[in-house]
Design a protein around this ligand. Structure first.
Ligand code: GAP
Length: 458
């Protein structure tokens, strides 16, 4: 398959590899290399809002594409892109107007605002070594219920009749389109509807970089099933979803399920599991899998006055489907990809990203900035680009250029040198092992394709 000319060369020193321990290291890499910037930074930033830079947006598009393909390549799942602004009654029916609340307390002394149920995780504004309420001057108010939905007004009148909400989840756009999609796509239950889109929550305690923000993207899939088959589908989707994260190269020991017990279950759920990831700041939710019963369709049926039942032609049966939901944060999946891929050996920093997530798959470099090498590089780069997203760089030593690609997770580096001109072979360097091989230009694209095909099996 490959025509290795030289014995592969490994790393010069074998230093112990460390994973991400401090989020600050990742935040700094993301800023420096153009993955994620603080929003409106020249104005001092705005709390918990972030912008994706040139590499961040590529990574994000890759995350979304991989999720989208895993869902809509199936014959039994259709895609949808519903509007962010919806009829205000949607949020009454969904339970968000009355129930999407967190208990909030204010401190009259330091002016801090805290989740009343998460005081043990917060710091007093004046004495950070103390919890809110434990500092000598703390004056906490009684807890009051705070609705997390952002409100705005539709049209020029800012009166209560014109209130609309920025959606706090994408799911409701799917429920209200259940009949539209089922009938236009001629789907039969069981089938699903997938959607990726922005959601907004006025979180009281956002934080941990892009983990909890006020504006974020969700990747949600609602699977409509016959009542009685719901737990079977729930189990299937649980397994399929954790497998998806494993297939993205996320380390198995860093993923686990957390089952919601009675007190934790959302008002709509009969059963719920979170897929959790162990971040440097602890085990936290990455995705939720919920058995939502017929709660959503029955509520929308009740509030809209429109029948949302499904008629099974074969069994001549009419029923309201149950819904099994898989709901992942896109930004959180991206954060997991970055946090899990971060490697440091005391000298070199690299992102061991899965190739399908990596912003660039290949870097092609001239060994030196000589016209004949640059010209050959452009030719090879052009060929590689017909198959993979690739880049070049001719600034600094070849070692420095490899390091720059390592830091942004580019799986392969290809170098064009003087031997290339005479025998049409190149050096290909592997990001994770630093092993270098010599292969012919002719076989380069196929070699990389084979490496990517076998990636999950190594
Ligand atoms: N439709 C169900 C639903 O929205 P959720 O558990 O509230 O369920 C699903 O949210 C996922 O959305 C979470 O697992 C998380 O990945 C992401 N998510 C929720 N709130 C978020 C926030 N404030 N910032 C970033 N991601 C968030």
């Amino acid at each position: 398959m490959t025509d290795s000319i030289e014995t592969p060369k490994g790393p010069a020193q074998n230093l112990p590899v460390q994973n991400l321990k401090d989020m600050a290291d990742l935040v700094s890499l993301c800023k420096r290399r153009g993955f994620v910037f603080p929003s409106s930074e020249i104005y001092g930033g705005i709390n918990a809002c972030w912008d994706y830079g040139p590499l961040g947006i590529e990574l994000k598009r890759n995350v979304k594409e991989r999720w989208w393909r895993s869902m809509t390549d199936r014959e039994d799942i259709e895609g949808l892109d519903a509007a962010i602004l919806m009829h205000p009654k949607v949020w009454e029916a969904s339970g968000h107007v009355s129930g999407f609340v967190d208990p909030l307390v204010d401190c009259k002394k330091c002016k801090g605002r805290f989740r009343a149920d998460k005081l043990d995780l917060a710091q007093c504004g004046e004495k950070p070594s103390k919890k809110p309420g434990e500092g000598p001057d703390c004056q906490l108010t009684e807890a009051r219920q705070f609705n997390l939905m952002f409100k705005t007004h539709m049209g020029p009148l800012e009166d209560s009749a014109a209130v609309v909400y920025l959606r706090p989840e994408t799911a409701q756009g799917i429920y209200v389109n259940f009949h539209n999609v089922q009938q236009s796509a001629r789907q039969k239950v069981p089938f699903g509807i997938a959607q990726i889109g922005k959601a907004f929550r006025n979180e009281i305690t956002p934080g941990n970089f892009i983990f909890r923000t006020r504006e974020f993207e969700q990747m949600e899939m609602q699977f409509f099933v016959k009542p009685g088959t719901d737990m079977e589908w729930f189990e299937k989707w649980k397994e399929m979803r954790i497998q998806w994260h494993l297939d993205n190269g996320i380390r198995k020991e860093k993923l686990r399920f957390h089952q919601h017990k009675d007190g934790e279950l959302a008002h709509y759920a009969k059963a719920a599991f979170d897929i959790e990831y162990e971040f440097p700041f602890g085990w936290q939710e990455l995705e939720g899998i919920h058995n939502r019963t017929d709660f959503d369709l029955s509520r929308h049926q009740q509030f809209s006055g429109k029948k949302l039942e499904y008629f099974d032609e074969q069994a001549k049966e009419r029923y309201l489907p149950y819904i099994v939901e898989t709901s992942a944060g896109c930004d959180r999946t991206l954060l997991v990809a970055l946090a899990d891929a971060y490697r440091f050996d005391g000298d070199r920093t690299w992102l061991a990203l899965h190739p399908s997530f990596a912003p660039y798959k290949v870097g092609v470099f001239p060994l030196m900035k000589k016209p004949e090498l640059v010209e050959y590089t452009e030719k090879v780069l052009g060929e590689v680009k017909t198959k993979f997203r690739a880049t070049t760089d001719d600034a600094g030593s070849i070692g420095k250029r490899y390091r720059r690609q390592d830091e942004i997770g580019t799986p392969f580096g290809v170098t064009i040198d003087y031997d290339t001109l005479s025998n049409h072979t190149v050096t290909i360097r592997h990001r994770d092992t630093m092993v270098q091989e010599r292969i012919s230009v002719e076989n380069l694209v196929r070699y990389i394709e084979d490496q990517f095909k076998n990636w999950n099996r190594v």
